[in-house]
Design a protein around this ligand. Structure first.
Ligand SMILES: NC(=O)c1ccc[n+]([C@@H]2O[C@H](COP(=O)([O-])OP(=O)(O)OC[C@H]3O[C@@H](n4cnc5c(N)ncnc54)[C@H](O)[C@@H]3O)[C@@H](O)[C@H]2O)c1
Length: 292
């Protein structure tokens, strides 16, 4: 377990899913946490659960620059400084594609998933400089790697978040501020239901359903949990990761290792099929390629 004792963290999107797991893991690791979200009931419950001396909830719409600036300042006012920023808030964004693009939805998605990361980091930097350094962790996605996991606007934004992390790492290294991106695979959270426009309560229920049914989608045989991502974030935020910056970290149960037949023999060999190679020829080839 990473050691975050003596550190102050801001986590956005902290009332649910990955961010909520972040609050749990960071507090256990010894951090004081400013938890930011729009779901006030769930956010306030965090203060009651962990104690106001460990967690302070702040309503913050991360697409609102003034609110983001005030959020970073509140870490200083409440806990005396800012060492860690985890830009994590998000949603599925516009489901439209290139041909049927909803331009207003595009702007909204980019504001939420990309501009908030840029602006949040911008407002955090002076406070981190005052502490002699810091760590910024950004939630990207496996949809930054290839098609097929999320809508195009979301995926492009998440790719940009990963690239932003690298470039910001370069710019901010002179201040001993490290910046890294995590690329989660499928994590059982409310984001799927929320992206379908379901009320939060139903979206939360859908997270349970996804958790039960999504295991077969990744080589590791189970779907991801918020804590899988939060543990990586805690490591990146900690001094143990002092030599780690500008990185992109897949945490996806192997989902992006390759096509399904590469990790599940029962799927057969579409590659051989496509090449017109029979199972007998494949067996003969395998025998020839044996070294012994
Ligand atoms: N769940 C996955 O499979 C998955 C995979 C890859 C990346 N991600 C990313 O992980 C991050 C967290 O998502 P999650 O899966 O935990 O979903 P979630 O819906 O459980 O949590 C997202 C939180 O962000 C908050 N939020 C949304 N818009 C906001 C805004 N404008 N201002 C402040 N808070 C806002 C929501 O209220 C919610 O509490 C997102 O950036 C998402 O894109 C999720």
């Amino acid at each position: 377990m990473a050691d975050l004792s003596g550190k102050v963290a801001v986590i956005t999107g902290a009332a649910s899913g990955i961010g909520l797991a972040g609050v749990e893991v960071f507090v256990e690791a010894g951090a004081k946490v400013i938890a930011a979200d729009l779901q006030d009931d769930k956010g306030k419950a965090l203060e009651a659960r962990f104690g106001a001396e460990n967690v302070a909830y702040r309503t913050c719409n991360v697409t609102d620059n003034d609110a983001l600036k005030a959020l970073m300042q509140s870490a200083v006012d409440t806990f005396g400084g800012l060492d860690i920023l985890w830009n994590n808030a998000g949603s599925g964004g516009t489901p439209t594609g290139v041909e049927d693009l909803d331009l207003a939805g595009y702007d909204m998605t980019m504001d939420l998933l990309l501009k908030s990361v840029f602006a949040g980091t911008h407002f955090a930097v002076p406070h981190m400089v005052a502490r002699g350094g810091g760590s910024v962790v950004n939630t990207s996605s496996i949809s930054a790697v290839c098609a097929g996991y999320a809508p195009i606007t979301y995926s492009v934004a998440k790719k940009a978040v990963a690239h932003f992390s690298k470039l910001a790492a370069a710019e901010l290294s002179k201040h001993q501020i490290r910046v890294n991106a995590i690329l989660p695979g499928f994590i059982a959270t409310s984001i799927f239901g929320a992206s379908l426009g379901l009320p939060r309560e139903q979206a939360d229920q859908m997270a349970e359903m996804v958790a039960q049914n999504g295991g077969a989608m990744q080589p590791i045989g189970r779907i991801g949990k918020g804590t899988d991502i939060a543990q990586m974030a805690a490591f990146l935020a900690s001094d143990e990761a002092g030599f780690v910056t500008g990185g992109e970290f897949l945490v996806d149960g192997g989902m992006t290792v390759g096509p399904r037949h590469s990790w599940n023999e029962s799927e057969g060999g579409p590659l051989l099929d496509a090449l017109g190679i029979t199972p007998e020829q494949a067996e003969a080839m395998a025998a020839v390629m044996k070294l012994d």
